[in-house]
Write a protein that binds this ligand. Sequence first.
Ligand SMILES: Nc1nc2c(ncn2[C@@H]2O[C@H](COP(=O)(O)OP(=O)(O)OP(=O)(O)O)[C@@H](O)[C@H]2O)c(=O)[nH]1
Ligand SMILES: [Mg+2]
Ligand SMILES: [Zn+2]
Length: 318
Amino acid sequence: MTVPMLLLGGYLGAGKTTLLNEILAAADGERVALLVNDFGAANIDAALVRARRGDDVVELANGCVCCTLVDGMAASVEKLSTRLDDFDRLIVEVSGVGDPRQVAAWAGHPGFRPAGVVVCADVLTVRQRATDRWVGDTVRRQLRGADLVLLTRTDLVDTDRVGEIEHWVRGIAPDAEVSADRRDVVRRILTQAVLPAVAVEAVEPPTEGPEPADHVTWTLTSAEPVDLDAVTAALAHVDPAVIRMKGVLHTRQTPHRRTVLQVAGGRAEVVTEPIGAGQTGRESTLVVICAAAEAGRREEILAPWLAFLEPFSAGPGT
Ligand SMILES: Nc1nc2c(ncn2[C@@H]2O[C@H](COP(=O)(O)OP(=O)(O)OP(=O)(O)O)[C@@H](O)[C@H]2O)c(=O)[nH]1
Ligand SMILES: [Mg+2]
Ligand SMILES: [Zn+2]
């Protein structure tokens, strides 16, 4: 028996974790092992994945499993392969700067079988990002490596626009299927109906490469609850250079709830929810990601946040 290994990829903020949670919600009675890779120094995603009892979450943060964290990826796959009886499926969320096709080579590891590479593409931003001077290569490589591209944020645009982007994605990734039907994609993932479009030849897993040079990430933290008004004020001044920002914050005003803050594709989302078991409800962590070309503007970009958070020194680029 082998365990299917599904890869979820797509650019920063494209909707990978959202899709992962939808898959988990629909995977009734299955035990799922999750490998969650966050590019930033703090694994915010591991805190946002709605794993259930019986699921296994392996966190790999502060780098990318297709290059800088290859060793961590190898060790995790190796470890999981010794306990294949404990789960029915492995899902890997690759960092938003990573190449999921490269990571898919691990599905050839003894004990696993490939269950496809699904790449999320945000209809609001994918086209513009794909031609971006700094990050365009990354975005196009992700799309080309997909077996199936799921169009996300289709709820925010009209159907003509969705059709236009769908057509454009087909041009970039001619081998991939393209779908805007999330429910159908989830169903197909769970029934192993995502057919590998890109031949699964004996690709060697990647060897460790350099840090993805095109992005810079900063992590800010606070050990004590922060002021909600300060958060609101900072959110009104998100620098346009911010590609991705996400954080789990605890505020003085809401001691029993956590505030999940997301900026993706130029849109901000703030959700407050009850704190989970094992959380103290005090500390806050925020990750900010920009194109590396913006690194020199760090002070300016972070200024509204540094009013109540401190730089976390273990992260790259801090
Ligand atoms: N309206 C809308 N929002 C979405 C959709 N998919 C994701 N989002 C929102 O977009 C933000 C980013 O979503 P995530 O699922 O965290 O994106 P991600 O690709 O995992 O992000 P990284 O792991 O940081 O690269 C969140 O605020 C989501 O709620 C969608 O289809 N429609
Ligand atoms: Mg994510
Ligand atoms: Zn990588």
